[in-house]
Design a protein around this ligand. Structure first.
Ligand SMILES: [Fe+2]
Length: 256
């Protein structure tokens, strides 16, 4: 809880850290290890009291044990509960081996009364595009039935909607119709948020706030239908969650 306002929960979303086994390795010219450290420094300077950190996938860029070990060391410093959703570059065995059971890998439900957070796995082994499995869809529906008196955040790695400016369809989960069939049965979902796009986004669908978080490393934009590196700096998304179900959100980026 925020010490200045006991009715607010402070939740931080980070995404797409893409750490590699070799800590000197760069992604499109940017050292991902260094940029994650800068983002975490920025969070420590700006956020007085964090209740929870959500990471929406692609913690690792190569699925290596070394990358998860360094991620764990960096986040341990924050002494805050950290929850992870799996991204298309993550590998489940090293993730579970290193992050162990004091952290969690999607899918699961976080009780944050009066809020609940549902973390889904939108990845398909060996593919860049996403899909919500039948197991995850059933889990989503079952969870939403049980927590129908809570305010709900749904987190996943891939966008469930087409992003603006004609982002390629293969970046979106390919069964978004099934996903929204479940979502549309409930009226207590306040936020759906994701990563993967390396780009901050805010939107709305039938009263639900839609977000994506910037990457903690390289940002992307589209040019003539192709991804190019954007000159926006790495950053994170913050949420303030109020007890009456209202919320605020914004993005903060590292300084040059
Ligand atoms: Fe991704």
């Amino acid at each position: 809880m925020n010490p200045l306002n006991s009715n607010v929960y402070n939740v931080i979303q980070l995404s797409d850290c893409h750490l590699f086994a070799n800590e000197k390795r760069k992604l499109l010219g940017l050292n991902t290890d260094y940029s994650l450290s800068l983002v975490l420094d920025q969070i420590q300077k700006e956020q007085l009291d964090i209740d929870l950190i959500l990471i929406t996938g692609d913690l690792s860029g190569d699925g290596s044990i070394d990358s998860y070990q360094r991620i764990k060391r960096k986040f341990d410093v924050l002494k805050t509960p950290v929850y992870w959703a799996k991204g298309n570059h993550d590998k489940i065995n090293p993730t579970k081996q290193i992050l162990k059971d004091d952290n969690y890998i999607s899918f699961y439900l976080i009780n944050f009364d009066p809020w609940h957070i549902i973390m889904l796995d939108s990845t398909i082994s060996g593919k860049d595009f996403g899909e919500i499995s039948m197991d995850d869809l059933e889990f989503l529906n079952r969870s939403l039935k049980v927590i129908n008196n809570s305010y709900v955040i749904v987190c996943l790695h891939h966008p469930p909607i087409q992003m603006p400016n004609k982002w390629p369809n293969n970046q979106v989960i390919n069964n978004s119709d099934k996903f929204f069939e479940v979502i549309d049965c409930y009226n207590n979902i306040k936020i759906i948020t994701w990563g993967h796009t390396h780009r901050a986004f805010e939107g709305n669908r039938k009263g639900i706030n839609l977000f994506s978080a910037p990457s903690t490393c390289v940002q992307y934009r589209l040019k003539n239908g192709k991804f190019v590196v954007d000159d926006q700096l790495p950053g994170y998304r913050w949420f303030e969650l109020f007890e009456d179900g209202s919320m605020k959100s914004g993005v903060s980026r590292i300084q040059k």
